[in-house]
Design a protein around this ligand. Structure first.
Ligand SMILES: *Cc1c(COP(=O)(O)O)cnc(C)c1O
Length: 379
């Protein structure tokens, strides 16, 4: 019996907001045997190349470059787009890695508020940011929860200003807009394959690019910037290892089933919370036209006090939801006041959003239990 069970006492129960999915065991072990037989664990080996080709085919993407993590992929993307040391616009409502990748490249962040419905970067706020900061050199929006940003409006603003557009699509694996993978939008797009994501390789990530030249630049920068004894650019080591690629390949075939299972659980949550919505709780919604990957189940509570009360009641039952994303990045101690801008929507959402447990192996009873605790503790 898994720990995700109603039959455990609260002390024994340990239900996390997510749980790493396991690979097809036989497939994974066969790949590990192949790695051992070949004796190659690193340096763009056959498993890494196979994973890249498999992702290109499956998601109809032009170029996929596998990396050690989503964060290292964000750094490679921003570096190769020429953004080192420059001003980059990003939302404050995201995981901290979006910001830290930029800070490690010496970029100056310009925080731009989010849309209240999707909690993704607001095109109107971006337009204003371009007016206040004509020297914005690049934009890094985030497809929060696997929802899609307004790709049309953001794309045309970036083209108008002639700046590169890099999507942090870390949470967007499996989401499709107009029949296209969300990872296919923007000049560059970055996904994370961290163990907590819908598709994962333990640790890992990738950069999706659209022309051969950029793909070659990214590839060179990923591996120390040299080919043999010819040193071309200062690079870094952001390569994915063979064991991680093998794990990813053994995880890939069941990803659609994982997404379907989450979709079903999301519908259960929606049903269970029907009576308290929309009066006391609302849910940020995926925009129309998106085939959503159902990566997370965020709910927006009436205020922070209600959130803390609900969270406390869940913790007491051994259920661990997560404030995701909290705090707003504008409130981080190392964020300079001049970077903050005005982001009331993001700051308000960061105080009130709670992500409820959601993963493919979650039991139906836990959804009912969690929803019940939520409903009982609203007032
Ligand atoms: C997970 C995540 C990252 C970081 O990815 P890693 O693979 O853990 O480095 C970056 N941005 C967002 C929005 C994420 O959710």
């Amino acid at each position: 019996m898994s720990q995700d069970s109603v039959f455990f006492t609260p002390m024994q129960r340990d239900i996390r907001v997510t749980r790493a999915r396991l690979p097809r065991r036989e497939d994974f072990l066969a790949r590990v045997e192949a790695i051992l037989a070949a004796g190659q664990f690193a340096n763009n080996g056959p498993q890494v190349r196979e994973l890249e080709r498999a992702l290109e085919l499956r998601l109809s993407l032009p170029h996929v470059l596998a990396c050690a993590s989503g964060t290292s992929a964000l750094m490679l993307a921003a570096h190769c787009a020429g953004l080192r040391g420059k001003k980059v616009a990003l939302p404050p409502y995201t995981y901290v890695a979006t910001l830290s990748a930029l800070l490690w490249l010496g970029c100056e962040p310009v925080f731009v508020d989010v849309d209240p419905a999707t909690l993704c970067l607001s095109p109107d706020a971006l337009r204003e940011a371009f007016q206040r900061h004509p020297d914005i050199a690049g934009v890094m929006p985030v497809h929060v929860y696997g929802f899609s940003c307004d790709v049309e409006a953001i794309g045309s603003l970036c083209r108008e200003h002639g700046v590169p557009l890099i999507y942090d699509a870390a949470q967007a694996f499996g989401s499709r807009l107009d029949g296209r993978s969300l990872l296919d939008y923007g000049d560059l797009s970055v996904c994370s394959f961290h163990a907590t994501k819908v598709f994962h390789s333990g640790e890992g990530g990738c950069v999706v690019s659209h022309d051969d030249r950029m793909h070659a630049d990214l590839s060179l920068a990923r591996a120390f910037g040299h080919v043999g004894d010819t040193h071309l650019v200062p690079g870094v080591n952001a390569k994915m290892g063979e064991l991680h690629a093998a794990l990813g390949l053994a995880m890939l075939p069941d990803t659609d089933v994982e997404i379907m299972r989450r979709e079903w659980l999301v519908a259960l949550y929606d049903d269970a919370l029907h009576d308290v919505r929309p009066r006391s709780v609302s849910r940020p919604e995926p925009p129309a036209g998106l085939r959503w990957n159902h990566a997370y189940y965020p709910v927006l509570l009436p205020d922070e006090a209600a959130l803390l009360r609900v969270m406390g009641a869940m913790e007491a039952e051994g259920i661990h939801p997560r404030r995701y994303f909290y705090p707003s990045l504008t409130d981080l101690p190392y964020v300079h006041p001049s970077w903050r801008g005005t982001c009331p929507v993001a700051e308000d959402a960061a105080r009130r959003v709670l992500c409820l447990p959601l993963h493919g192996a979650l039991e139906e009873e836990i959804v009912h239990m969690t929803s019940g605790i939520l409903a009982r503790n609203l007032h």
